[in-house]
Ligand binder design. Structure first.
Ligand SMILES: O=P(O)(O)OC[C@H]1O[C@H](O[C@H]2O[C@H](CO)[C@@H](O)[C@H](O)[C@H]2O)[C@H](O)[C@@H](O)[C@@H]1O
Length: 272
C-alpha cells in the first residue's frame, strides 16, 4: 500500500482539507492534543457514570500519549474525580475538570480549596437546586467541587424548560455572582468562573506547545475554539454553531481524526 492509499484507508470519509491540516499539524515540534470528553471522545448516554470513550478513540489517545514531544489533555466540564473514572487514562494524560476549575497535571492532585464564603454559596446553591430537582420529574442534580449540574436529559421538554427557568430565577435570586453554563440537557452553576478557553491557554503554556489540536461538541467548548491560534486545528463534533474551522459528524469520526493524527505524528504515513 503506497502512502496515498494508506492515508485513504485510515481517513475514511474525512474532508481533504481536514486531512491536510492534520498532516501539517503533525509536523509541529511540540504538540498539545486537547480533547473534550462527553460527545467527543465518548458518545452521549443517559447515565454520566456509564460514559466511555469509543475503543478506537481511546486507542488513538494511548498512541498519541506514547509519542515524543506530544502531550494529550482531556478538558471536561465533569468534576475531576468523575473524569478520572470515565476517561481511564494513564497518569501521563493531563486532565482538566469542572471547565478548568480542577487540574491534574504532572504533579499529584491539587484539590480545589474553596474559601469559607464560597463554601457558604455552594451550600445555598445546593439547597435551592435540590428543591428544583426534587420537585420536577426526571430532573437530577450532580454535585461538583465548586457547584452543581442540573440534568434534564430524561425529563420531558416541558419539564426541562420549567426546571431551567425555575433553577435560574431561584439561584440568581440568592446569588447574583454565579457562573452559569448551558450544555446538552444540562444547566450548570458554579461559584468560580473559569472557561475551557482559559484552561487551554494554561495548558498551552504548561506544555510549551508550538501548536494545539482541540476537539469538542458543546457550547462550553466554544471558549476553547475561540482561544485557538492560526497554526492550531479545531474540530467540532456534531451539529450546532461553532467557531471551529472543521466539523465531523460525531465521536466515531473524532476517533478517525485522532488515529490519523497519531499516524501522521508517528511518521507511519510519510510525506506525500
Ligand atoms: O465537557 P464535557 O466532557 O463534554 O462534559 C460536559 C458534561 O458531561 C456530562 O453530561 C453530559 O454527558 C452525559 C453522559 O453522556 C449526559 O447524560 C448528559 O445529558 C450530558 O449533559 C456530565 O455529567 C456533566 O457534569 C458535564 O459538565
Amino acid at each position: 500500500m503506497d502512502d496515498r492509499a494508506g492515508t485513504a484507508a485510515v481517513s475514511g470519509g474525512l474532508p481533504e482539507s481536514l486531512v491536510g491540516a492534520l498532516r501539517e499539524l503533525a509536523r509541529t515540534r511540540r504538540l498539545l492534543v486537547a480533547l473534550d470528553f462527553d460527545g467527543t471522545l465518548a458518545p452521549e448516554v443517559d447515565s454520566p457514570e456509564r460514559a466511555r470513550a469509543l475503543p478506537e478513540a481511546r486507542e488513538a489517545v494511548l498512541r498519541l500519549l506514547e509519542l515524543p514531544r506530544t502531550r494529550v489533555a482531556v478538558v471536561s466540564g465533569r468534576a475531576l474525580r468523575s473524569l478520572v473514572e470515565v476517561a481511564q487514562l494513564p497518569d501521563t494524560a493531563l486532565l482538566v475538570g469542572s471547565h478548568g476549575i480542577e487540574l491534574r497535571l504532572d504533579d499529584p492532585y491539587t484539590r480545589v480549596q474553596l474559601d469559607t464564603a464560597e463554601l457558604e454559596r455552594v451550600d445555598v446553591l445546593h439547597e435551592v437546586l435540590s428543591q428544583v430537582a426534587d420537585s420536577i420529574d426526571d430532573v437530577w442534580l450532580e454535585a461538583k467541587p465548586a457547584g452543581f449540574a442540573l440534568h434534564t436529559r430524561l425529563a420531558t421538554e416541558q419539564n426541562s424548560r420549567l426546571a431551567h427557568l425555575v433553577a435560574l430565577s431561584e439561584a440568581q435570586a440568592e446569588d447574583d455572582d454565579l457562573t452559569i453554563r448551558e450544555g446538552k440537557n444540562v444547566l450548570e452553576f458554579a461559584v468560580r468562573s473559569t472557561t475551557k478557553g482559559e484552561a487551554l491557554e494554561h495548558l498551552r503554556r504548561y506544555t510549551a506547545a508550538d501548536a494545539v489540536f482541540y476537539a469538542g461538541d458543546d457550547t462550553t467548548d466554544e471558549d476553547a475554539f475561540d482561544a485557538l491560534q492560526p497554526d492550531d486545528v479545531g474540530v467540532k463534533s456534531g451539529p450546532g454553531a461553532t467557531l471551529a474551522p472543521f466539523r465531523v459528524p460525531g465521536p466515531a469520526e473524532i476517533a478517525e481524526v485522532l488515529s490519523l493524527l497519531a499516524l501522521f505524528r508517528s511518521g507511519d504515513l510519510h510525506e506525500q
